[in-house]
Design a protein around this ligand. Structure first.
Ligand code: CP
Ligand code: NVA
Length: 314
């Protein structure tokens, strides 16, 4: 069942070469679906989806994407698997690889993600871990590709808030497409240095810039996009109190948006905690594109799955 060599998508950096083509294909698939042609290009394929954490968008969009491609998705809550009773990740990976063509995994720890990928003989797709959320960022870049007709250069993407998994994949993803990135993130919450260094390397080659600052107001002045995410990610609940205190000055509200460049759009990967990191007025306002982003999870994932799944006869 497994191909001779397999590809994993654990970090958005794993698709450095494919990313531009993936955005084109995802947009094509979106248009085709709107015309009533859902593609069906991967019939007879199966995707296992192991979720250790909650999900609305990722789970549903993977399942619908597999259906559109003519394949099948199996949702496996980690607590229902023997994994929850101590079976190893390695054994789980080896067994599932005998049944399915790819595994999407939402993990608490990036180390578990790497372990599953090490032992699986089929592609493993990171459906979020504590380090990155690459599928989200493919959808986000698809949204911007559509907004700007594929022209990323010369625009500035501003991220405000926690330097979490989403921020880490965003800084890499923006660098990969040549977008200037400014992170308004408190110093103690910036993404890991290895990720920032890698992103700076991509940006140098593409002639774009990466910067982290403390002040949301300073960052917003350059913004063509203002993006935020939750202050307390899944797994960070024990630090909720200190996080709410540390991020109190990082709210994406009308005052911050008023500082941005004219035509600035607002993004959030969702779920949003309305009234904390983003206000209702901004999230529901005319500059918000959050639901286009959410829709694009489906189209982006279809292109990702098409890239990774084998082609079978009908
Ligand atoms: N944005 C995102 O990954 O949402 P879910 O947690 O609902 O999948
Ligand atoms: N940073 C958030 C993203 C949720 C989609 C989390 O990890 O909980």
């Amino acid at each position: 069942m497994a191909p001779a060599t397999k590809r994993d998508l654990l970090s958005i950096a794993d698709i450095e070469a494919e990313l531009p083509g993936l955005l084109v294909r995802a947009h094509e698939m979106k248009m085709a679906r709107r015309r009533g042609d859902p593609s069906g290009s991967r019939p007879g394929t199966n995707l296992a989806m192991i979720f250790e954490k909650s999900s609305t968008r990722t789970r549903t969009s993977f399942e619908v994407a597999m259906n559109d491609l003519g394949g099948h998705a199996l949702f496996l809550g980690a607590r229902d698997l023997q994994l929850g009773r101590g079976e190893t990740i390695a054994d789980t990976a080896r067994v599932l690889s005998r049944y399915v063509d790819a595994i999407a995994y939402r993990a608490h720890r990036a180390t578990d993600m790497a372990e599953l990928a090490r032992w699986a003989s089929v592609p493993v797709i990171n459906a979020l871990d504590d380090r990155e959320h690459p599928c989200q960022i493919v959808a986000d870049l698809l949204t911007l590709y559509e907004l700007w007709d594929g022209h990323f250069a010369g625009r500035t993407f501003v991220y405000v808030g926690d330097g979490n998994n989403v921020c880490a994949s965003l800084v890499l993803g923006c660098a990969l497409v040549g977008l200037d990135f400014v992170g308004a993130v408190p110093a103690a919450y910036r993404p890991p240095e290895a990720i920032r260094t890698r992103a700076e390397g991509y940006a140098r080659v593409r002639g774009s810039r990466i910067r982290f600052v403390e002040s949301p107001a300073e960052a917003a002045a350059e913004a063509d996009i203002l993006y935020t995410d939750v202050w307390v990610s899944m797994g960070d609940e024990a630090q909720a109190e200190s996080r709410l205190r540390d991020f109190a000055g990082y709210v994406l509200n009308e005052e911050l948006l008023a500082r941005a460049r004219p035509g600035c759009r607002v993004m959030h990967d969702l779920p949003a905690h309305r009234g904390l990191e983003i206000t209702d007025a901004v999230m529901d306002g005319p500059q918000s594109i959050v639901f286009d982003q959410a829709e694009n999870r489906l189209h982006a994932q279809k292109a990702i799955l098409e890239m990774l799944l084998p082609v079978r006869g009908r």
